[in-house]
Design a protein around this ligand. Structure first.
Ligand SMILES: [Zn+2]
Length: 372
């Protein structure tokens, strides 16, 4: 151990930033820093300091996802990331440092998942149980690094201990799964409903898995054969390759009772054409879940008559709430979903920039596990 590291740890102890005596932390760490559009660099930067109500995690696994790929392409996220910045948000880690004001229930060495946000619990929306729409939603990023700072509000509201029986990669699915479980809850799906899922990226496939587990008859749609194979493995009762059929709406309806159309439709492909496809597909009285977020300014064509006289219920769930983050980790603990079906490869942090280049062309990766 270097003398300088010793000295730094001693200084921190004197300042009272720690309540436990952890093994001395290094001053610097490897981290992926986003500089702009498709400009991600692996750098040695300072290990984040923590405030009295914060904790520091040693990252065990961070998973890539569609949002990170989107942010990497754009180079920023209006609400979450202004470059240059660390990023990555699906994380499981081990507590290595604890601020003195943090609840005594947490201690060094605990394995935890921390959500990428936490609501204020005081604003108009929070008081009405719509914490996902919190006017002061606090976001946190920086999972693609050796260490990650967890802000106090996330420690208090959205950090959970991971049971010993749960694998790192599975635990790291908690955040996207929380969004999906909330989306399913808002749809009010009954068992044996037919539900079409448009798009078989990580989110679409998570819907396929969880809906199948809960008794729905899932019809998965995608443009490529490989993700449809995965959808079948995850429980889809039928799959439709939209490139191979003349009319996807007719193809899906033919798979439903009396050709009525699915009881529920989930749009998880992320473009205006698939939003329109979802709106055209549901049966009379069905529900359409427009799940993917499109860039501001995007327009979608809707025929009001086909919505109104068929009484199509439209929902567009965004993000997650503390309740569903907890339900997600619990579903993972019960084994309802496993990262084995989603994580195609584990890579060291150093290879992350090249991995994003590869994911841009979608060469078969669903999710990557990054181990710093
Ligand atoms: Zn709020």
């Amino acid at each position: 151990m270097k003398a300088t590291t010793h000295k730094k740890a001693a200084v921190e102890m004197e300042e009272g930033h720690t309540t436990v005596a952890p093994p001395a932390l290094p001053a610097k760490m490897m981290a992926a820093v986003l500089y702009g559009s498709e400009d991600l660099r692996i750098e040695r930067i300072a290990v984040p300091g923590i405030a009295p109500d914060e904790v520091l995690l040693r990252v065990r696994i961070a998973l890539t996802d569609g949002t990170d790929l989107k942010v990497w392409k754009r180079g920023y996220h209006a609400r979450m990331i202004q470059p240059p910045a660390v990023f990555g948000h699906e994380v499981v880690g081990e507590i290595v440092k604890i601020g003195r004001e943090v609840s005594p229930r947490w201690h060094a060495g605990m394995r935890v998942v921390a959500a990428n946000s936490a609501p204020c619990l005081r604003c108009y929306h929070c008081r009405r149980g719509q914490e996902n729409l919190c006017e002061d939603l606090l976001f946190n990023n920086g999972a693609y690094a050796e260490y990650m700072r967890i802000p106090g509000r996330i420690v208090r509201e959205n950090m959970l201990e991971v049971a010993n029986s749960v694998d790192d990669r599975d635990a790291a699915l908690a955040e996207p799964l929380a969004c999906v479980l909330r989306g399913i809850h808002e749809m009010d799906v009954r068992s044996d409903d037919a539900v079409a899922v448009i798009g078989c990226g990580p989110i679409g496939l998570t819907f396929v898995r969880m809906l199948s587990r809960r008794g729905a008859r899932v019809i998965a749609l995608a443009r490529r054969a490989a993700p449809l194979e995965v959808a079948r493995r995850l429980g889809a009762a039928a799959v439709v390759n939209v490139k191979e059929v003349a009319d996807p709406v007719a193809a899906v309806r033919a798979l439903t009772v009396d050709g009525r159309g699915p009881d529920g439709v989930i749009e998880a492909a992320g473009n205006p054409a698939t939003w329109e496809l979802a709106l055209a597909m549901a049966r009379r009285g069905g529900v359409v879940n427009l799940f993917s977020g499109l860039p501001a300014g995007t327009k979608v064509e809707v025929e009001p008559a086909s919505i109104h006289y068929a009484e199509i219920r439209l929902i567009s769930p965004f993000h997650h709430t503390p309740r569903f983050f907890r339900e997600a980790l619990e579903a993972i603990r019960r084994g309802e979903i496993s990262a084995r079906d989603f994580v195609t490869e584990e890579i060291p942090l150093q290879e992350l920039p090249q991995a994003f280049e590869r994911m841009k062309t979608r060469s078969g990766e669903i999710k990557l596990a990054v181990r710093p």
